[in-house]
Design a protein around this ligand. Structure first.
Ligand code: ZN
Length: 255
């Protein structure tokens, strides 16, 4: 940055007045930036919800695939057992000796148990698959809603954020007019203080206290601020001070 060769605000009164204008513009810019950030944050939150839902759906799809694979395996096992059952039943009709009859019947019993067990498993998998499919459909609907909302916010943001940027640029031009009237060193000091003190580099003295840090000021110090014969900074928080006679010297509030 270049040093301002010819500041036009030279008396302490002029300087503090320009600094107050600067502070107002900076407050305006900060307020726009905060709104801008809030909009962006809202969109980021929506995007996070969407990513989370997408992951949940992926997870359920994985489980669905697994259940479908199990379903195929179990169905195949069931077919094999049913074939075995048919064969055993065929054997049974050709059996003549009782010992053999008992053995084949025992085998058939075991096969029947396997079939019942297999049918139960397939039935459970049928239900699990149906449940996963229903849950996925439901979440996909939710996802579509969130995506629509996110798209809408994004579209709105495009216009609104652009308008905010234009506004910030406008205020910046007005700010430049003011900083041109001031000595660069004073502007830099003000900016440093504002940065360190939550954006406030110039504050009013009210009821003998600095409204930046709320610390009480000596009456002779308040006088100095009111006289504006020099640029005064708060001895506690370093902020530039200005004051209007009645408000500055009003009786201090009981602590
Ligand atoms: Zn202070």
């Amino acid at each position: 940055m270049q040093a301002n060769p010819s500041p036009t605000a030279t008396t302490p009164r002029e300087i503090i007045d320009e600094l107050r204008r600067l502070q107002n513009l900076d407050d305006e810019i900060r307020e726009i930036r905060e709104r801008r950030a809030a909009r962006q944050e809202q969109l980021d939150k929506l995007r996070k919800v969407i990513v989370h839902l997408e992951r949940e759906i992926d997870d359920k799809r994985g489980k669905l695939t697994e259940a479908e694979q199990w379903h195929r395996t179990k169905t195949l096992e069931l077919t094999i057992e049913r074939d075995r059952s048919t064969k055993s039943k065929g054997k049974l009709s050709g059996v003549t000796r009782s010992r053999e009859y008992v053995a084949v019947n025992k085998e058939l019993d075991a096969i029947r148990k396997n079939i019942t067990k297999g049918e139960d498993e397939v039935e459970k998998l049928d239900k699990a698959i149906a449940d996963f499919r229903a849950a996925i459909t439901k979440e996909q609907e939710k996802l579509a809603d969130w995506r629509a909302e996110s798209d809408q916010v994004e579209r709105e943001n495009q216009a609104k954020l652009a308008a905010m940027d234009v506004k910030i640029a406008e205020v910046d031009v007005r700010r430049k007019v003011i900083t041109d009237r001031l000595d660069r060193a004073i502007v830099r000091r003000y900016e440093k203080i504002a940065e360190a003190r939550a954006g406030a580099g110039v504050v009013e003295v009210v009821a003998e206290a600095c409204t930046g840090c709320n610390m009480s000021l000596q009456p002779r110090f308040v006088e100095m601020v009111l006289r504006a014969s020099s640029l005064v900074q708060c001895p506690h928080c370093n902020r530039y001070l200005f004051g209007e006679a009645e408000r500055a010297t009003a009786a201090p509030l009981p602590q």
